[in-house]
Design a protein around this ligand. Structure first.
Ligand code: SAH
Length: 411
């Protein structure tokens, strides 16, 4: 039987006896854990020599002596001589020093585990009957994959000393377009602050009943919670010790007011981090087969909030036939947008596409031109959320095989 202990090696003395390839690999792991490492071996592997040269490891270039064990918390033996390894392991046992014996099949008192850090949880796998490191690694990897599915119960049951806020990008809607990190942070959260965009609805359905969900989005008959109030909510919950996830559609830093929420946390001294998401600016055109850049057609893209002023930069972008202009929050502003573009001299036949509810089963794409955009928006009843794309890439035929027209006219 084995008891797995979470041993903190930070600043502790670890002795490696033997300096071959196995020792070199373990050495990196011990250094990564912050241990102070000594190596005793007549010769060492190139990786170890490099670390010695950098002053990160002390090396005694000779055979092992009993006195080397003094001060060690943990000894790793891999001399290449199984009998010597066993003798050193026995000596460690007598002196009550933990010992990993890396010789074939043999064990010292201690084994290394296959380990993964999943947020602030450590998962470690080992075998109780005979070492089987490849199996341990496979089991560990399978557990890590559960994080991607959001199905590990990672939420703290005992309140942490300090809370924190994560501003998490949820992507354009489907949960499988969220990042693994987003799913893990949500699984760890005590409080989830959501609005109506992105994957919020489906995410909430999968939560434990005692996770607090705060909806700050606009709902019919109710105004959105003002930004100041959102800032106040996330700061207050985190200050009370909760892990808060502020889940947003797309990416938090693309018209998501993530910057303001970050400032609010920083100025309140709350630990805060941002997890990027797939922005609708790119993913929604993509869902309609529109690449925002395309070799020979569009060499740059310009993303703008249609709700705000349509300034000189946006007019210049729309005028330039090699630039794709991507308008978010533009539904209510379509008339102003089209008029401004036409006034600026953008040709009326410049392709325009409306992509509504991209990446959802309500998705609808409409191809039109700048000249017809307003009439077509009215005709179809253009609705939020939608991305408006202006530029040659918005042409319906862009990615279709060229139609063979030779001879067709004469037929
Ligand atoms: N931070 C978000 C954008 C927030 S602004 C991101 O990076 O995606 C909100 C605007 O995003 C909407 O008005 C709409 O223009 C666009 N949008 C977000 N999700 C969308 C979707 N699934 N389909 C179409 N447009 C979407």
């Amino acid at each position: 039987m084995t008891v797995m202990l979470g041993v903190d090696l930070e600043g502790r003395d670890v002795l490696l006896v033997g300096g071959g390839a196995v020792a070199a690999k373990r050495l990196r792991r011990f250094l990564g854990e912050g241990a102070r490492v000594r190596v005793v071996a007549p010769e060492v592997h190139g990786d170890i020599a490099a670390l010695v040269a950098q002053g990160r490891v002390a090396w005694a270039a000779r055979r092992f002596r009993g006195a080397d064990l003094s001060g060690a918390w943990l000894v790793h033996v891999a001399t290449g001589e199984a009998r010597l390894d066993r003798r050193i392991a026995e000596r460690c046992a007598r002196r009550r020093i933990l010992c990993i014996n890396a010789s074939d099949g043999a064990h010292g008192s201690t084994r290394l585990t296959a380990q993964a850090e999943i947020g602030d949880v450590t998962v470690a796998v080992t075998s109780t009957v005979g070492a089987d490191p490849r199996r341990s690694v496979a089991v560990r990897d399978a557990i890590v994959e559960l994080v991607a599915a959001g199905s590990l119960p990672l939420r703290r049951r005992r309140p942490g000393r300090i809370g924190r806020v994560d501003l998490v990008g949820g992507g354009p809607g489907p949960v499988d377009l969220m990042t693994v990190r987003a799913r893990r942070l949500i699984a760890e959260a005590d409080v989830l602050v959501i609005d109506r965009l992105g994957p919020a609805e489906e995410v909430v359905r999968g939560l434990d009943a005692d996770v607090e969900v705060i909806d700050v989005g606009k709902l019919p008959g109710r105004h959105a919670v003002p930004q100041d109030e959102i800032n106040r909510i996330i700061v207050a919950r985190a200050a009370a010790g909760s892990r808060v996830v502020r889940l947003k559609g797309g990416d938090p830093f693309v018209f998501g007011r993530g910057g303001e929420e970050m400032q609010a946390c920083l100025s309140a001294g709350i630990p805060v981090d941002v997890t990027p998401g797939i922005s609708s600016a790119i993913a929604v055109p993509q869902s309609a087969g529109i690449p925002v850049t395309h070799r020979g057609t569009a060499a740059a893209f310009h993303v703008v909030n249609g709700h705000g002023d349509i300034g000189a930069a946006t007019r210049a972008a729309m005028l330039d036939p090699t630039v794709t202009t991507i308008v978010l929050m533009g539904v209510a502003a379509i008339e102003r947008l089209a008029a401004t573009a036409l006034d600026a001299g953008v040709p009326a036949d410049r392709p325009v596409a409306f992509v509504e509810s991209g990446h959802t089963d309500r998705q609808r794409t409409t191809h039109t031109t700048l000249g017809d955009a307003v009439a077509d928006a009215r005709r179809i009843g253009l609705r939020n959320p939608a991305v408006i794309v202006v530029g040659e890439v918005a042409s319906a035929r862009l990615l279709l095989p060229a139609v063979e027209t030779v001879g067709a006219d004469s037929a």
